[in-house]
Design a protein around this ligand. Structure first.
Ligand SMILES: Cc1cc2nc3c(=O)[nH]c(=O)nc-3n(C[C@H](O)[C@H](O)[C@H](O)COP(=O)(O)OP(=O)(O)OC[C@H]3O[C@@H](n4cnc5c(N)ncnc54)[C@H](O)[C@@H]3O)c2cc1C
Ligand code: FES
Length: 290
C-alpha cells in the first residue's frame, strides 16, 4: 500500500510528558496522533543530530508514546529533551501485529519490546482477546511496563529475570515453553479437552507475538515452530528512509525490506531468513554477527 506523502515527511510534535522508567529508559508522550497500529514504528528526528527508528508504545488517537534506551549519540541527546520541546516524527511505518477477536495470545517482551507489547495488549483486549504476557529483563530494576500491563483486564502477567531477582530465574522464552507445554501439548483438535478426556485449565494458545533482542526472537521462532503455534516477530535492521526506498534494511536471501514488509514478520517467513539470529548489517552495509 502506498505511504502517503505526509507520513514520509517529518512533522513536529510537542513533548507533553516524560516518564523516567529506569536509569537509561524514558517514555515520551507527544501531543498528537499518527494513527499508528501496534507493531508499527516512527522515525524520530532531532535536527542536526540524527534520525532513528522507534516502535510506537501507544497511539490512542490523541497522544503518541515512544519508550527508548539512551544508548548512543542520538538517543542520549533525545534524553536531554524537556516537556514542551519539539521533536520531528515521520510515520507510522511498517507492518503491525494481527489478531482475530477472542484469541488467546502470548506476548513475549524483552527490553524496550515491553512497550509495543503493551500497545498490542491494550488494543487486543478490547477485541475480547485474553493474553499471557511474559516480560523479561536482566534484573528486576530493568523490567518495563509491569504496572501498565497489570492494570489491563484479561491479562496474566509472567516475569522472568536472568538474575532471579523476581519471577522465573532465566529467560522469558523458558516461560513461553512451559506455557505452550501446559496449554497446547495435550489439546485435542478443536477444543480445550485433552486426548485423555481431561480438561485443560487454560485455553489453548492461538498466537504468539514477540518483540525484543534478536536471539530471544530466534528462540521464540524455534519454540513456536516446534509447538505449531503461529507467531509474529518484530525484526530490526538498520533503517534510513523507513518506507522502502533505500534498501538498507533488506534481509538475506528473501530481499524483503524490514521497514515495509516488516518489522512484524510472520514466523513462516522468519524461518526463511538465513541471517535471522546470525548477522545484521550496519549503516554501510557491513555484516556484524550477533
Ligand atoms: C523497527 C525498529 C524499532 C525500534 N524501536 C526502538 C524502541 O522502541 N526503543 C529503543 O530504545 N530503540 C528502538 N530501536 C533501536 C533504535 O533505533 C536504536 O537504539 C537507535 O537508533 C540508537 O541510535 P543512537 O544514535 O542513540 O546510538 P548509536 O550509537 O548510533 O547506535 C547504537 C546501536 O543502535 C542501532 N542503530 C543505530 N541507528 C540505527 C538505525 N537508524 N536503525 C536501526 N538501528 C540503529 C545499531 O545497532 C547501533 O549499533 C528500534 C529499531 C528498529 C529498527
Ligand atoms: S530503511 Fe530504506 S528501504 Fe528500509
Amino acid at each position: 500500500m502506498p505511504i502517503p506523502l505526509q507520513s514520509r515527511l517529518p512533522k513536529t510534535f510537542r513533548i507533553k510528558a516524560i516518564k523516567q522508567e529506569t536509569e537509561m529508559v524514558r517514555t515520551f508522550t507527544f501531543d498528537g496522533s499518527l494513527g499508528a497500529k501496534p507493531g508499527q514504528f516512527v522515525m524520530v528526528w532531532l535536527p542536526g543530530v540524527d534520525e532513528v527508528p522507534m516502535s510506537v508504545a501507544e497511539d490512542d488517537g490523541a497522544v503518541t508514546k515512544i519508550t527508548f534506551f539512551a544508548v548512543g549519540g542520538m538517543t542520549e541527546e533525545l534524553a536531554k529533551s524537556k516537556v514542551g520541546d519539539l521533536v520531528g516524527l515521520r510515520g507510522p511505518f511498517g507492518t503491525f501485529y494481527e489478531w482475530k477477536p477472542g484469541e488467546h495470545i502470548v506476548l513475549v517482551a524483552g527490553g524496550y519490546g515491553a512497550a509495543p507489547m503493551y500497545f498490542v495488549a491494550k488494543e487486543s483486549v478490547e477485541h475480547g482477546c485474553t493474553m499471557e504476557v511474559i516480560v523479561g529483563a536482566r534484573g528486576k530494576e530493568h523490567l518495563l511496563y509491569l504496572e501498565e500491563l497489570e492494570s489491563l483486564p484479561h491479562v496474566s502477567l509472567h516475569v522472568a529475570t536472568n538474575d532471579g531477582s523476581v519471577g522465573h530465574k532465566g529467560f522469558n522464552t523458558e516461560v513461553l515453553e512451559k506455557l505452550l507445554e501446559a496449554c497446547n501439548s495435550s489439546v485435542g483438535k478443536g477444543g480445550k479437552v485433552s486426548k485423555g478426556g481431561k480438561k485443560n485449565e487454560i485455553d489453548p494458545i492461538t498466537s504468539v507475538f514477540a518483540c525484543g533482542p534478536e536471539m530471544m526472537l530466534k528462540r521464540v521462532s524455534e519454540i513456536t515452530a516446534q509447538y505449531k503455534v503461529p507467531s509474529q516477530l518484530s525484526l530490526e535492521r538498520y533503517m534510513k528512509c523507513g518506507y522502502g526506498l533505500c534498501g538498507n534494511c533488506v534481509v538475506d536471501p528473501l530481499g524483503i525490506r524490514l521497514c515495509t514488509e516488516g518489522p512484524v514478520v510472520k514466523n513462516d517467513q522468519c524461518v526463511k531468513i538465513e541471517e535471522f539470529g546470525k548477522y545484521h548489517r550496519d549503516a554501510l552495509g557491513k555484516k556484524h554477527e550477533f
